[in-house]
Each structure stands twice: as C-alpha cells, then as structure tokens.
Design a protein around this ligand. Structure first.
Ligand code: DX5
Ligand code: ZN
Length: 216
C-alpha cells in the first residue's frame, strides 16, 4: 500500500495558513501534521490549541498533532477540543507515558509516541497495546528543513519488525528531512506515513512532491 503523506505546516506561510492548508489538501495530502513546540523540550516555540481550533474549520483532513512539549499530560484535553485526531507525545518528557496514552484514548482519538533519534525502541516495547502510531524522528526535533539522519534507517527497520512481531495495526511514521531524495529510503525500511515540511512547502509544485512520495 502506498504511504500516507502528512505535510508539516511548520514550513507553511503562517500569515495565510488557511490558504496553505487548502493548497496541500488539493495537492493530495492525507493528513495535516502540526508541530507544537514549547521552547523547553525543543528550542523553538510554535503554535497552540487556539490556532489549531481556527484552522480546524477549514479542512476535514485528519490533524496529526505532534507535541514537542514538556509534561504533555497538561494539555491533552485542550488539543482534543481544538480538533486533533491523533496526538503524539515524546517519552523523553513524559514520565507516565502509558497513563498519557490512555488519557488520549479516553478522549476518543488515536495516540502516538514520537522517539528522538537516540531514544531506544525498548521504551515502548511493552506498551504497544496503547499505541496507534510510532513516530521515528529522523532529525532532532525543533526545526523544519534539517538534514535526514541516515542512521535512522536501521531504526525504522527495527520498528517495522517490532510492529510486525506484535501483530498489531500500528502506523510507522517518519518525521524530519523527508524529501524526494530520502522518502524512498524511509518507505523501503518500512515507513507508511511520511511527514514532510520544507520539501513540500518550498516547492512550486507541491502536487508533484506529494504524488511522488505517495507513489513510493
Ligand atoms: C521537527 C518537526 C518536523 C518538521 C519536519 O521538529 O517535528 O515535523 O517540521 O519538517 P522537514 O520536512 O522540513 O524536516
Ligand atoms: Zn513533527
């Protein structure tokens, strides 16, 4: 099956988000990836529930919300109310990960876990029952437009193996530096959701990039 493509609006023109989202939707986006950063877990600060709520009414595409914030448990309800369809949290800043995943599920949406490049898969091995999506960071989180870390290809392969052995239906998403050059590596290794920000939003032909990624 062809991979899903989730453009990251981090690289969009924030002064015209409505138009930017309509543009990638028209170009074939499956999900909209929304990067929430708090200036603590990562050096950058981006957007919060208020903005998500305001763009929610302009698209029916699922919102894939990637929380790069400390103690994400404080804000799960806010992001669900704002319109998230899936929330991913980082175990590096979440002491009671299993509890938070349960809380996301109790709110009626899907739950993901995002792993920094150095974070081992063993962090999630025993709690796969509560996980709908594993997000492998292929850059260090914080900024769009960074270079894909090639040693993550083996981690994607290991993640695919873990999912297969579990017999569960879990998405394998990759995030960071995904482009025409790197998308194939990620898909061949087992990724089935491709986040891509800079490559899509800086292109004059967004449809070409998205359809290429979907063809992999
Ligand atoms: C990085 C973010 C990514 C990023 C991807 O911290 O989680 O979603 O925006 O953007 P590109 O494709 O530009 O690396
Ligand atoms: Zn992201």
């Amino acid at each position: 099956m062809s991979p899903l493509v989730a453009p990251s609006i981090l690289s969009a023109d924030f002064s015209d988000l409505k138009k930017e989202i309509a543009s990638v939707e028209k170009a074939g986006a499956d999900w909209i990836h929304i990067d929430v950063m708090d200036g603590m877990f990562v050096p950058n600060i981006t957007i919060g529930p208020v903005i998500i709520k305001s763009i929610r009414k302009h698209t029916s595409k699922p919102f894939d919300v990637h929380l790069m914030i400390e103690k994400p448990e404080r804000y799960i309800e806010n992001f669900v109310e704002a319109g998230a369809n899936l929330i991913s949290v980082h175990p590096e800043v979440c002491i009671h990960l299993h509890r938070v995943l349960k809380e996301i599920h109790n709110n009626g949406i899907k739950a993901g876990v995002a792993l920094n490049p150095h974070t081992p898969l063993s962090n999630i091995k025993y709690i796969l029952d509560e996980i709908d999506l594993i997000l492998i960071m292929t850059v260090n989180p914080g900024f769009g437009g960074q270079k894909f870390i090639h040693s993550m290809v083996n981690k994607i392969k290991d993640t695919k193996k873990l999912i297969k052995e579990s017999g569960k239906d879990i998405y394998l998403e990759v995030d960071g530096g995904i482009s025409i050059d790197t998308g194939e590596l990620a898909v061949k290794a087992g990724a089935n959701v491709l986040v891509s920000g800079n490559s899509i939003f800086t292109s004059s032909d967004r449809e070409r990039i998205i359809s290429y990624l979907k063809s992999l």
